[in-house]
Design a binder for this molecule. Structure first.
Ligand SMILES: Nc1ncnc2c1ncn2[C@@H]1O[C@H](COP(=O)(O)OP(=O)(O)O)[C@@H](O)[C@H]1O
Ligand SMILES: [Mg+2]
Length: 424
């Protein structure tokens, strides 16, 4: 009999950028670098950074932790053990997350709105006095793509207006804060629609011209965005120090799980930690996904291998089913599907081409080299060494093996004990 568990409990895992510093794992070097930059900015030597990395690697979460640190939260600093020589960070932060179609003007306005809102909450301030500085109408200034589809040069009015408001703000908040941190996340969504390279070059120079030395700009975007900015203006690389968020090592992967479970006083078997760490491939998102599902299945506050199996099964059969199905379909049809299925059902993760050739019934990998190349380009597989490849997404591998291949059989209408029921 299935015992239903209808008890409510808080689940510490999340699919959102991580705001809880107690769960945040790894990135010590990257955090320390940013703390040094903030410290320099606070002392009047402004530093700007560009946070880069693959989609889902944890860029927004890193930026969130930086924002917390900059505005005075010491949890992560103390946990990592960074000695700030009693310096207390007291920046005022503003963040804009770009969405497709955002203009430069909208981004600037959004950053200023947030700053205005935060500054107006500081008790000593006369909000009315500040409001004047926001009278500047950015509405008339347009920067974007012209009808011919060419990138327009950034109007200096926009930069002047932006800097003028930032100057007034930073002067006004000088006695209660050290400066301003401006964060622009998902810059990749908009980078092609305006000359952001020139914009940031001009903006950072203009700030210095106007003697605004306590503003730090943090840009966030997937790999390749920095390259585009540099093409737009070569000085970008000199102005923005690039911080790449790396893959998590085994210890860091496990730490996410134990940290999260610690928040709810739950424990976990080492075996489960190893499985989650392995299947994640070093990305934090699958760790949260599995953690959430496994913790949800658990009834005794201790996650064992049985909870893991049920939780993983729920992920591939329900929670992520349609996403994994679409991803698999996106690999292409025919031989692409055959190759992925052959690779998923091989007993080891590293699959020799000789095995694929044999299963496909061809003499030489040359006969399907186009398929292999495209699967490599689209990140479905990776090369381990000469003639040996593996599937990149381990969750997809589990899905192919346990769901997709069984459904193929259903769809193809094989009957249970027919001897044609062999997967090729
Ligand atoms: N250092 C970390 N420790 C624990 N969880 C993390 C960490 N970095 C990211 N995450 C989690 O991983 C997922 C993806 O992170 P996110 O910051 O949104 O990635 P990105 O912005 O690079 O696409 C989120 O669920 C987030 O909570
Ligand atoms: Mg992000």
């Amino acid at each position: 009999m299935i015992v239903l568990n209808f008890k409510l409990k808080f689940n510490p895992f999340t699919n959102q950028p991580l705001s809880n510093p107690n769960i945040f794992a790894g990135r010590e070097q990257e955090i320390f670098y940013m703390i040094k930059s903030l410290f320099q900015t606070a002392k009047g030597n402004p530093k700007h950074v560009f946070v880069t990395g693959e989609r889902g690697i944890g860029k927004s979460s890193y930026a969130k932790q930086i924002e917390l640190i900059a505005t005075g939260d010491r949890t992560l600093i103390d946990r990592i053990g960074i000695d700030t020589d009693r310096h207390v960070f007291e920046f005022i932060s503003s963040k804009h997350t770009c969405t497709e179609g955002n203009s430069l003007e909208q981004i600037v306005n959004s950053l200023l709105e947030t700053l205005k809102e935060k500054v107006s909450r500081i008790p000593k301030f006369n909000v009315k006095e500040l409001d004047i500085s926001f009278e500047i109408n950015l509405g008339i200034i347009k920067a974007g793509i012209n009808p011919k589809g060419q990138i327009e040069q950034v109007p200096s009015e926009l930069i002047n207006a932006f800097v003028s408001v930032l100057k007034q703000l930073s002067d006004k908040v000088m006695y209660v804060s050290e400066g301003l941190v401006l964060i622009i996340d998902e810059l990749d969504k908009v980078v092609n629609t305006a000359n952001f390279g020139s914009f940031f070059k001009a903006l950072t120079e203009r700030l210095i011209d106007k003697n605004v030395m306590n503003v730090s700009i943090v840009l966030v975007g997937i790999n390749g965005t920095m390259q585009k900015l540099t093409e737009q203006h070569e000085s970008v690389r000199r102005i923005f120090h690039e911080i790449e968020i790396p893959i998590l090592n085994m210890e860091e992967r496990k730490l996410i799980v134990t940290n999260a479970l610690n928040e709810v006083k739950a424990t976990v078997d080492i075996e489960v930690l190893n499985e989650i760490a392995h299947i994640s491939g070093g990305f934090p998102a699958p760790i949260h996904l599995l953690g959430e599902s496994i913790y949800d299945c658990d009834t005794d506050n201790h996650l064992d291998i049985n909870d893991f199996r049920i939780g993983l099964d729920k992920v591939i059969r329900y929670i992520k089913k349609s996403e994994l199905k679409d991803k698999l379909k996106g690999a292409g049809s025919g031989r692409y599907q055959q190759i992925l299925r052959i690779m998923a059902s091989y007993p080891q993760e590293n699959v020799p081409l000789s095995h694929i050739s044999q299963e496909l019934g061809v003499d030489h990998p040359r006969q399907y080299s186009t398929n292999i190349r495209k699967l490599l380009d689209n990140d479905f597989i990776e090369k381990v060494e000469l003639g040996i490849y593996k599937l990149k997404d381990k969750l997809l591998r589990t899905y192919i093996l346990n769901v997709a291949m069984l459904e193929d059989d259903d769809e193809m209408g094989y009957d249970e004990d027919s001897d044609t029921n062999i997967i090729h």
